[in-house]
Design a protein around this ligand. Structure first.
Ligand code: SF4
Length: 213
């Protein structure tokens, strides 16, 4: 990313920060993923029960590794090879002190838009964990809710389905076919978070670099 693009992205992120604050969601600007991980860790007390949603961003940024190595009671439900154990860890994540995740898209007006397959990530964002921390790369910022869904279905789902070995139209053709295929579709729940009704619960770390899909 050249310096002008970086500067333009910074302006955009600062605009989104103001929009998120109006929605009772604390938000922070970070120059890169290293700074973002440090910011997230600053908000997590030692000994806290921490869980995460499925996310390429968290792995790429290095937050999962930092949580594993730190003094936290951290569970990554996606580290279990056994499907039953993974599902149980996703249920237990709803009782965590802190839930860390990314978002599929954030509008310039501060709405957080996610599309989930199983729905465990959305369930934890909506209710359960005392604190939710999002790490979001600048590539996830979009103009509107409609653009958010378009981005998720036409840009994010295709590489995600290829990663998960799903036989979906987006994985096979690069274009969403609005599939309804049991065991394949990853688009079961579309959730827009437009306000936090609980103070000091939602925290959004916006990073001026490309992270995740
Ligand atoms: S609905 Fe199906 S084809 Fe469309 S993006 Fe989702 S998984 Fe891919």
């Amino acid at each position: 990313m050249d310096k002008n693009e970086k500067a333009a992205n910074k302006v955009k992120i600062q605009h989104v920060i103001k929009a998120l604050e109006r929605r009772n969601m604390a938000s922070y600007y970070c120059e890169d993923s290293q700074e973002a991980v440090a910011k997230a860790l600053e908000m997590i007390p030692e000994g806290a029960k921490v869980a995460c949603g499925g996310s390429m961003t968290l792995a790429e940024a290095g937050l999962k590794e930092a949580l594993k190595e730190g003094e936290y009671d951290f569970t990554d439900p996606f580290s279990f090879l056994d499907a039953e154990k993974s599902m149980e860890a996703r249920r237990q994540a709803l009782l965590s002190d802190v839930f860390v995740t990314s978002a599929n898209a954030v509008t310039l007006d501060g709405e957080i838009v996610n599309i989930d397959g199983t729905g465990n990530r959305m369930a934890a964002v909506i209710f359960g964990p005392k604190k939710v921390i999002f790490i979001v790369g600048v590539n996830k910022l979009v103009l509107s809710e409609k653009d958010a869904v378009d981005r998720i279905k036409n840009d994010a789902c295709s590489p995600n389905c290829i990663r998960l070995n799903k036989k979906t139209p987006c994985a096979l053709t690069g274009k969403c076919g609005n599939c309804l295929s049991r065991g394949n579709t990853v688009c079961c729940h579309t959730v827009t978070t437009r306000f936090s009704s609980i103070d000091d619960r939602m925290h959004v770390i916006l990073v001026n670099e490309k992270l995740g899909y």
